[in-house]
Write a protein that binds this ligand. Structure first.
Ligand code: SF4
Length: 340
């Protein structure tokens, strides 16, 4: 890596990444790629395969990345949509996005041996939902309908929770007791859009309260801040990530909002000529579920296209790790390294 940009605040750090000379250039954003919740979830599958041997069933994609899922499938993991596809008594892993209590109950009924890879930051939101529902609050959950995480969180207190995805949904809300209302959010939303929605909620329900600390996770926030800081310095952004990865899609949106075209790619094979047309400086990042080897392959690919200069722009240091589920923690030494 030719250089890392380190300074005290975001704007200074980004400025340090400015293009020098007219050579075609790549700005590689940092932090990027795997977050602590994704590392943990993949490790859980790896350890379970190593410890118990295949088949290990995984409900839903363990994380929203095609390459990660294919790699684990190759190692013996069987991905299913519903628990009914799993033989009674078999071992199943719940994905990083979490599940509703109904799914936990179903697993119990089918005598499945559950290993829970739910990200602790998703569990935090579930626990908030349970607590506020018990206290008689109406919960306004900000998130994307049909996302696995939202389905799980909604399931914690379905009678007390309403889902909103934008300010129009907020305007349509009818709340039983506007004096006792709380908002929670999906962990992988756009910071700016969520702020707009929360502001609208505050206008409509001045007594509304929120979580003690924001539900949008550190990894989502840091990757968006990096994109915002570097967008003025490039003519295009390539985001490594899968189409169903919420946090990756938000990175594209954040960049487009800053007026710079951005593209979401599963890997370097999806780079198209028009993405780089008239682009002297291209920025590269990766969603929280995208492995680093795909980023490196993209860099190699771009270098064959003349982007020979490479500079890393570190916007924020990130050093978060989560412990494994307690039933697997003692088996950590058996963990085979995952390609990251
Ligand atoms: S993106 Fe955030 S909430 Fe999702 S797995 Fe990573 S750390 Fe957890």
């Amino acid at each position: 890596m030719p250089s890392a940009v380190l300074a005290d605040d975001t704007s200074t750090r980004a400025a340090g990444a400015q293009v020098r000379g007219s050579q075609k250039k790549i700005i590689l954003l940092k932090p990027r790629g795997f977050c602590a919740g994704v590392v943990r979830a993949i490790d859980v599958v790896k350890i379970a395969l190593d410890l118990y041997g295949p088949p290990i069933y995984v409900r839903k994609e363990i994380v929203h990345n095609r390459h990660v899922v294919e790699e684990l499938r190759g190692a013996g993991a069987i991905f299913v949509e519903e628990l009914t596809e799993i033989p009674e008594g078999a071992r199943v892993i719940f994905s990083a996005h979490g599940v509703s209590p109904a799914v936990r109950l179903e697993a119990k009924d089918r005598r499945l041996q559950v290993i829970d890879a739910t990200c602790p930051l998703v569990t935090k939101v579930h626990l908030e939902a349970v607590r506020f529902a018990k206290q008689g609050y109406t919960i306004i959950l900000i998130g994307h309908r049909d996302h696995d995480e939202v389905i799980g969180t909604l399931g914690e207190a379905p009678e007390s929770t309403v889902l909103v995805s934008d300010v129009i949904d907020v305007d349509r809300l009818e709340i039983r007791d506007p004096e006792r209302v709380v908002y929670l959010t999906q962990t992988t939303l756009s910071l700016d859009e969520t702020r707009e929605i929360v502001n609208r909620l505050l206008q409509r329900f001045p007594k509304i309260i929120g979580p003690k600390t924001q539900d949008i996770c550190y990894a989502t926030e840091n990757r968006q801040l990096a994109v915002k800081a570097v967008a003025p310095l490039c003519q295009a952004l390539l985001v490594v990530g899968s189409q169903n990865s919420s946090n990756s899609r938000r990175l594209v949106e954040v960049c487009e909002k800053a007026g710079v075209p951005a593209y979401l790619l599963d890997d370097c094979a999806e780079v198209q000529f028009q993405m780089l047309e008239n682009v002297d400086t291209v920025a590269v990042t990766a969603g929280a579920s995208a492995p680093e080897h795909l980023v490196q392959e993209l860099i190699d690919h771009l270098q064959t296209k003349g982007y020979e200069e490479l500079e890393e722009a570190e916007i924020k240091e990130e050093d978060v790790r989560f412990t494994l589920p307690s039933d697997l923690e003692s088996f950590t030494p058996r963990l085979h390294a995952v390609r990251r």
